[in-house]
Design a protein around this ligand. Structure first.
Ligand code: SF4
Ligand code: SF4
Length: 447
């Protein structure tokens, strides 16, 4: 038996439609097997709180081995995992094709799916994972002002904390009064210039977050495309990508959302569009999770092949000699955090590469989990761990004394500003501005 992989990691499709997937006895045997390998390895001890929870259970057991841990306590490990995928992609030497076949995140997903099938989700988790429905409701005129005011009201947040389990200290995103999809400008009629690495026309999957919470990021993306004379369309019908439901283990809802999104997107893929989504978790959903859940669906695979992270697209466009570099404004010092769901796309640090093309711009990159995840760090029982996981990132970003703090994930970006605000940082760092990389790129173009 080899110690560790020599080949590139591969990932098996998720067998989520089979009855065996939900067999609790079989799942517990697999959890025991993998936990035993992890106990003998422990490389992932500082990634998140799932591994320390496991190792503490083992170390306080009678046998000092996994067989001394009560199986009911396995759920404590499962609950601490927010499926960032970092252990699989960056640490584990035993992932397939290694014969030990360890896929820790997908084993956690299987356990979450079993838990969901047995008990469903509580009200809070249902609400937090229904980003589309919540967004539609919260952005109704008048309701939007009330929602934003209530989310900042201490008394209301205490009630939300005690009744629903949304932590009162967590800074929540505001809802926008004008949705991105209804305020986006139509593209001008540019000539389509296909490059060797990039299609010359783009379809934008805007995402719930950009549509309802931060439409400015979407407008920045469209402005950058227009500046580079790349014609674009919006994906015609758009539902949530399904990532929040996946994180709950609600795989049937993921399947329903896939049925809403994929037909239109697959048509665009077949017509030769590059599909861009500005949120890394949503990009990853189409690039990795849906293709592993539906390996036999041609539409899902077509969307996977057409899907780009925006900065992956821009850097490839630059390689094709088709990206403008007429930057008008320097950015100074940028403290940039690369989110886990960007790292696991396996395309390298494309945002950093792009920002470094801007003159008089120094990028300090922090490549470590910020600990928020989509909804995990909002929940009362995980908020403290979320801040704890993020602390090394807060400190590393603050040490750069930046002009801007930036993350491809706007949810992580807000979490980073909150965490840095609680650290003992310099006055210069305290004045740093949070800006998404798309906003920074638009600013550098001076458009
Ligand atoms: S997927 Fe992320 S949160 Fe889950 S165990 Fe691995 S590193 Fe921890
Ligand atoms: S997931 Fe892999 S690298 Fe991490 S502790 Fe387990 S065996 Fe080790």
């Amino acid at each position: 038996m080899r110690e560790g992989n020599l080949e590139a990691p591969t990932r098996h499709p998720l067998d989520w439609k089979s009855e065996a997937f939900y067999d609790e006895g079989a799942a517990f045997s697999e959890l025991s097997r993998v936990f035993d390998i992890c106990h003998g390895c422990r490389r992932c001890v500082n990634l998140c709180t799932a591994f320390p929870t496991l190792f503490d259970l083992v170390d306080s057991s009678r046998t000092l081995e996994v067989d001394g841990v009560a199986q009911q306590d396995y759920w404590k490990v499962v609950d601490q995992c927010y499926l960032c995928d970092t252990c699989y992609m960056t640490k584990c030497p035993y992932v397939p094709p290694h014969p030990w076949n360890v896929d820790f995140p997908h084993l956690m997903l299987r356990a979450k799916a079993i838990k969901f099938k047995k008990g469903g989700a509580g009200l809070r988790d249902k609400l937090l994972s229904s980003t589309d429905a919540m967004g539609k409701l919260a952005t109704i005129p008048v309701v939007v002002q009330a929602t934003n005011a209530l989310n900042k009201n201490k008394a209301f947040r205490s009630i939300l904390d005690s009744t629903l389990g949304v932590h009162k200290e967590r800074e929540l995103p505001e809802y926008a009064s004008r949705k991105f999809r209804s305020s986006a400008f139509a593209s001008k009629k540019f000539e389509i210039k296909d490059g060797k690495n990039t299609p010359g026309k783009v379809a934008v999957f805007s995402t719930c977050y950009v549509n309802y919470n931060e439409p400015g990021m979407g407008h920045d993306l469209l402005a950058i495309l227009a500046h580079n004379e790349i014609p674009y369309v919006l994906v015609e019908k758009e539902a949530c990508c399904g990532m929040p439901k996946l994180e709950l283990g609600d795989l049937s809802s993921v399947s329903e959302l896939k049925d809403k999104n994929i037909p239109g997107m697959a048509k665009l893929a077949k017509e030769g569009y590059a599909i861009l989504t500005p949120i890394p978790s949503c990009t990853l959903m189409f690039k990795q999770e849906l293709p592993l859940m539906f390996p036999d669906e041609a539409g899902v695979q077509a969307v996977k092949d057409a899907m780009f992270d925006p900065f992956e697209y821009f850097v490839l466009r630059a390689k094709d000699g088709l990206l403008k570099k007429d930057f008008k404004q320097k950015l100074g010092k940028v403290a940039y955090h690369i989110p886990c769901h960007s790292r696991v796309q396996n395309v390298g640090q494309k945002t950093r590469e792009m920002l470094q093309m801007i003159p008089d711009t120094a990028v300090t990159t922090v490549e470590r989990c910020a600990g928020h995840d989509g909804t995990w760090g909002v929940k009362k029982e995980y908020f403290d761990n979320s801040m704890k996981i993020g602390r090394p990132v807060f400190r590393a970003l603050a040490a750069a004394e930046p002009d801007y703090v930036s993350s491809d994930c706007p949810i992580a970006g807000r979490h980073l500003m909150q965490g840095m605000g609680e650290e003992n940082v310099s006055d210069k760092t305290r004045q740093a501005e949070k800006a998404h990389p798309l906003t920074l790129l638009r600013k550098a173009y001076g458009i």
